[in-house]
Design a protein around this ligand. Structure first.
Ligand code: SF4
Length: 236
């Protein structure tokens, strides 16, 4: 079995809070988000034998706490992802996937070997806006929103939600807040303008602006975090 691989970061201290991890990037994604920082991997082809990736996990397991599978959209490669999650989980590593939430059935299929589901909620759960930000048609956006709602209801595992914010998206945040369960961690991530698609046309905020926005959102809402160049910070 092979994985269409974008890359491996053998040691990261910023991809899982308070833990050191190995990060494995899968190529391919059905979205075309306006700010995608991995857009060059969306259609790349680089099949790599699973055993080679397992050997990277073996080496990392000596000094990391967990493994993060990201992309691209890792759920697009369901069988190799399951095999690698199972392998990591049975080694005692904390396992996390980072997903755009478009495939609830696959998340369910993987659930036994998952500790953390880190899911993007990129916009209010409204198909027109969601489709525009994610570069997908409204029917796909509707299906994605339905999948996101179902993932948000999973109770057996830790779920965290991440929203990337630029100046143009600030007005969406109150509505997104209303769409999310109050007890899950919501990470407001500062969007930047590095490694973005050529058509990128958004305005990054400063770290302080993101913090000020998160403080306003934290009225009546616990578990709000910001993710900036300085790392993660709990706001409420
Ligand atoms: S879901 Fe993630 S990987 Fe896919 S296009 Fe959007 S930002 Fe890029």
């Amino acid at each position: 079995m092979t994985v269409n691989l974008a890359g491996i970061v053998p040691l990261s201290t910023v991809d899982m809070r308070d833990k050191s991890v190995i990060v494995i990037f899968f190529s391919g994604c059905p979205f075309r988000c306006v700010y995608c920082q991995n857009y060059e991997y969306l259609e790349a082809q680089n099949p790599v034998e699973l055993n080679l990736i397992k050997s990277h996990i073996d080496r990392a397991a000596e000094f990391v706490d967990g493994v993060v599978f990201t992309g691209g959209e890792p759920t697009m490669q369901k069988e190799p992802l399951k095999e690698l999650l199972k392998y990591s989980y049975e080694k005692g590593l904390i396992t996390e996937i980072q997903t755009n939430g478009c495939d609830y059935p696959t998340i369910r299929y993987l659930l036994s070997y998952l500790d953390i589901i880190s899911m993007d909620v990129k916009a209010p759960l409204n198909a027109k806006i969601y489709g525009e930000i994610c570069g997908i048609d409204e029917r796909f956006a509707e299906r994605t929103i339905e999948n996101i709602r179902r993932i948000l209801m999973i109770e057996e595992k830790k779920i965290e939600v991440k929203t990337t914010v630029y100046k143009e998206f600030v007005d969406f945040l109150e509505e997104i807040k209303g769409d999310l369960p109050k007890d899950i961690d919501w990470i407001i991530q500062r969007g930047n303008d590095e490694r973005v698609p050529p058509s990128f046309n958004l305005t990054p905020l400063s770290d302080d602006e993101v913090k000020d926005i998160a403080k306003i959102l934290s009225k009546n809402r616990k578990n709000i975090w910001i993710r900036t160049r300085a790392g993660d910070e709990k706001i409420s």
